[in-house]
Design a protein around this ligand. Structure first.
Ligand code: ADP
Ligand code: MG
Length: 266
């Protein structure tokens, strides 16, 4: 039986600093550690996911920009990382102009979809593609959602956490109704969670009451190892395997895989 196409997940939240990039890198690494083949697409002009996986800023000839606007095949762009099974399409500041250049392109919201479908992708034999979105609901993020099976939303456990989420949900619904009927919410993962902080706990209760099953059981704790790892160009799972951050992202990967095998079986 032919292998299924890779599942494509956008990691999105228009707020900056909520843990999108940290989640993309470490969920990707956790899935790869389970023997899956995973490609990350760095879609943020800041290129933090690329830096966090050890790709130097001066060493990014072929980037996600070429994937979108130069029709370069993904296979020519993907770079190895220190983690077996985990590859990345790097990004740099070229992408910041892409948002504007896309406006005048006929298939402006389908460019990533076009780039991630077809025989070129099949030969890569990937299980997952994770897209690290920029902190905005711009054309780049819309492109990611049009190409995706689902959207994974990291939500920082802080006051007003739910604000802004409704706008993201609205975009997801719009794209489902217009350009990508299969798009669903993968779920919401609470990040930078601090057990000792009562406000964090209140926010958790609030978010769970509102979003119910959409919220993952796994919460990502605030853990200094998670913020240190990128400066070594490594996911936390490799930098400090026994850290709380590492344990949490492995647990998130397990939860996601369980949901997917249930969906596949249904
Ligand atoms: P985004 O991609 O949404 O802008 P990042 O993943 O880059 O957010 O996270 C913002 C900052 O917070 C980074 O410096 C990152 O290292 C740090 N960070 C993210 N998640 C955690 C966490 N669970 N514990 C501690 N620091 C974190
Ligand atoms: Mg980021």
């Amino acid at each position: 039986m032919a292998k299924k196409p890779p599942r494509i997940i956008s990691v999105a939240n228009q707020k900056g600093g909520v843990g999108k990039t940290t989640t993309t890198i470490n969920l990707g690494a956790a899935l790869a550690a389970k023997g899956l083949k995973v490609a990350l697409i760095d879609l943020d002009p800041q290129g933090n996911a690329s830096t966090g996986l050890g790709i130097d800023h001066n060493d990014r000839d072929k980037t996600t920009y070429d994937l979108l606007l130069n029709e370069m095949p993904l296979a020519d762009i993907l770079r190895k990382t220190a983690v077996p099974g985990l590859v990345i399409s790097p990004a740099n500041s070229d992408l910041s102009s892409a948002d504007l250049e896309l406006v005048s392109t006929a298939r402006r919201i389908f460019l990533i979809k076009d780039a991630l479908t077809g025989p070129d992708i099949d030969v890569l034999d990937l299980d997952y593609i994770l897209i690290d979105c920029p902190p905005s609901l711009n054309l780049l993020t819309l492109n990611a959602m049009v190409a995706s099976d689902s959207v994974l939303v990291p939500l920082q456990a802080e006051f007003f956490a739910l604000e802004g989420l409704s706008q993201l949900m609205l975009s997801v619904r719009e794209i489902r109704e217009t350009a990508n009927s299969k798009l669903r919410l993968e779920g919401v993962v609470l990040t930078m969670y601090d057990r000792r902080n009562n406000l964090c706990h209140q926010v958790e209760l609030d978010v769970r009451e509102n979003l119910r099953d959409l919220v993952f059981k796994t919460m990502i704790p605030r853990n200094v190892r998670l913020s240190e790892a990128p400066s070594y160009g490594l996911p936390v799972i490799n930098y400090d395997p026994s850290s709380l951050g590492s344990v949490a992202y492995k647990s998130l990967a397990t939860e996601i895989l369980a949901r997917h095998s249930k969906q596949d079986g249904a």
